[in-house]
Every structure is written in C-alpha cells, then in structure tokens.
Design a protein around this ligand. Structure first.
Ligand code: ARG
Length: 301
C-alpha cells in the first residue's frame, strides 16, 4: 500500500501474525483502485437502497469505515487512489469506472445522469497511466466492473449482468473489441441491480452468489458452467447484507458481513473471511467490492 496517499487512522481490523506475514509477502502484487469518500453522500435515489436515505450518510463515519476496508485490503493488495470530485458522491464506487483487459480500459457509460460526470475523470486517470481507451457505442449503457466480472478459473470468461444498468447489447460489443467470451446473466430483482451485488467469482473456480437475484435462464447458465460442488449459493438474509459484494485476493475474502453458516462454508472452501462494517455505504447501495476496482485483469493463472 502506498502510505503517502492514504489517510492515517486507527484501523479497526486487528492484525494477527498470519495477516502480517501475508502483508510482507512479495507475491502480493494485486493492485486495486479506490477513491477516498470525502465527497460521498446519498444525494439522489437511483437504486432501492437509496430510497429514504437522502442526506442520511455520515461522512466521517463513512471515512472510518472506508479506512477499515482499505486497511484490510492493504494486507493483501496494493491500493491506488483516484482523486474524489465534489458533486460526484458515488465516485467512491470505483468498480463502476469501467472494465479492464490488459492495457485496455473500457469506460462505463452510466445509465443515470447523476453518475455520468464520473466518466471523464476515470478516463483521464486511466489515460494518464498508459491504458488504451476502448470505447463502446454511444447508445449502449454499461457500468463497468459492477456488471462485468471475470471468472477466476476459466481464462477470458467474463460474466456480465444486464437488465438494470448495463445493456445486453454490450456483450457482443465487448467480444468484438477484446478476446473475451461473455456470458450474460439477466438480473431480475431490483435490489440487486449490479452483478457484483449478487455474484462473486472466487479463486479456484468457486462462485459465491444469490440465485434469487437471477431469472431462470441465468440460473441455468450458471449451473451449466460452474460445477455444483463449487457453487456457494447464499440465502436472502446474507444477500441483503451484501455478502456477495466481496473482495477476494488469494485465499482472503473481505466483506461487510456474513452469517456464521456462510462463514463456515467459506472456511471449508479454504478461504479466510475478514468482516469490515460498511453500513454507511449500504445506504447508497454499495459495499466492499463496489468500492474497489482490480487494475490487473484478466486474472492470471
Ligand atoms: N449509488 C451507486 C449507484 O446506484 C452505488 C453503486 C454500487 N456499485 C456497484 N458496483 N454495485 O450507482
């Protein structure tokens, strides 16, 4: 982690010997983009979680929770930062900046006007760092790594959520521009409006997901492509705490909250789970994974 660019704080997640060893290992080169929540807030309603929350987010509490998440991620990855911009309260959700394939950056085309102002800032950040900007047709909506998630076991396989924020037509346009195979999944529950709110491919080919967020065809596609013993299907009580909105690096999974039985299933699959409270961000409809963007994609074997 680049200590120069991170705010200092007393991080709530205790560091044990295992964490310290992981942090010190040179093998951890995963880079993750985040955005300090200086200008975060719930200032409009574009998803069901934001309903009734306008003006309710506490920025200093959000900052402490974000510091906790950043500290947890910093143990297993290097955090990079994009500058926050006043008037763009959802810019903290860097997952929605766009999607990456090697040195190509496909910028999002946000569905809602409230977020469209983020596009130019994210494009500038990636352009300055030498990424090629690969544009989608202007008439298509696409919300980046909120809806486009690489399978972590099958190379160049990209799962894409559509139905709320991203258009199904993006699937073919991505396949034209990048060497990816896109598996589109229709989202059917408006609470789970981005794929990363209900679906999380994990290391080793495991899949953490909430089947209730998908239509029948999408569930059939998931079942046809991920073997039953690798599917960790969660119930609604975990899903509404954004348990699928998890950051997975190596054998570490970082998330807002998971029930004991889900944690036991993740442990049995070989993962350690770090819970870090993010309820200020849940008021805006986001959690751990939404607050991050992996900068080296697709996953390398
Ligand atoms: N308020 C934001 C929106 O509705 C939350 C975005 C959450 N991001 C995500 N990748 N799920 O656009």
């Amino acid at each position: 982690m680049n200590q120069d660019t991170l705010p200092s704080a007393d991080y709530p997640v205790a560091m044990n010997a295992e964490h310290a060893a992981a942090a010190a290992s040179p093998a951890h080169t995963t880079r993750i983009l985040m955005c300090v929540p200086t200008h975060f807030g719930v200032e409009y309603v574009i998803n069901p979680w934001m309903q009734g929350q306008t003006g309710n987010a506490d920025v200093s509490h959000a900052q402490r929770q974000w510091d906790g998440l950043t500290a947890a991620i910093g143990r297993v990855a290097e955090v990079e930062l994009v500058a926050p911009i006043a008037g763009l309260p959802d810019m903290v959700f860097t997952a929605n900046a766009g999607m990456i394939w090697d040195d190509a950056f496909v910028p999002s085309r946000f569905r809602h006007a409230e977020r469209q102002g983020e596009e130019a800032h994210f494009i500038a950040w990636f352009r300055e760092r030498g990424f090629r900007i690969v544009e989608l047709p202007e008439d298509l909506e696409f919300e980046g790594a909120g809806d486009a998630l690489y399978d972590r076991a099958v190379s160049n396989r990209l799962w894409m959520g559509h139905g709320h924020r991203s258009d199904l037509g993006v699937a073919a346009e991505l396949e034209k521009r990048l060497p990816v195979q896109v598996l589109p999944l229709r989202l059917s529950d408006e609470r789970f409006y981005h794929l990363d709110t209900c679906f999380c491919p994990l290391e080793g080919g495991w899949l953490l997901y909430f089947p209730g967020a998908f239509d029948a065809a999408a569930n059939a596609l998931i079942e046809a492509n991920v073997p039953a013993h690798k599917r960790i299907a969660i119930d609604e009580s975990d899903a509404v705490h954004f348990a699928c909105n998890a950051v997975n690096v190596g054998d570490t999974i970082i998330l807002n909250r998971a029930g004991d039985s889900l944690k036991a299933r993740l442990h049995a699959a070989g993962f350690r789970v770090l819970e870090t409270p993010l309820d200020e961000f849940l008021k805006a409809g986001g959690s751990a994974k939404c607050l991050t963007l992996r900068l080296q994609e697709p996953p390398r074997p």
